[in-house]
Design a protein around this ligand. Sequence first.
Ligand code: SF4
Length: 114
Amino acid sequence: MTDSSRNDPGRRHFLKLASGAVLAIPLANRVAHAEDNKVAEDDPTAVALGYKHDATTVDTSVYPARAGEDGAKKVCKSCQLYMGGEEAWGACPIFAGKLVSANGWCNSWVAKAG
Ligand code: SF4
């Protein structure tokens, strides 16, 4: 490769586009993957545990653990079993291979240690 080909504006433009595409494809795959893997609220385990993507929609007359001021603080992202960190959706061992919402809740909620 000659020095002149390294400074070719067309080549530089191509490399810039290619590097952008390389970065964009995994991100797009990750978003699509998350959409595909969200646990369904009508999943039998989700129904059995009262899981909701939006914890504020949990029927507290059926699940009093989520009632009151303390109950309102119970969401997946504050649960010991939530593996999503700061992400909006994350894994939970209760729903193997599926993602739960950070703002979701189920009756297996356990306070984060520490
Ligand atoms: Fe959310 Fe915890 Fe229930 Fe998993 S066990 S769905 S993280 S509340």
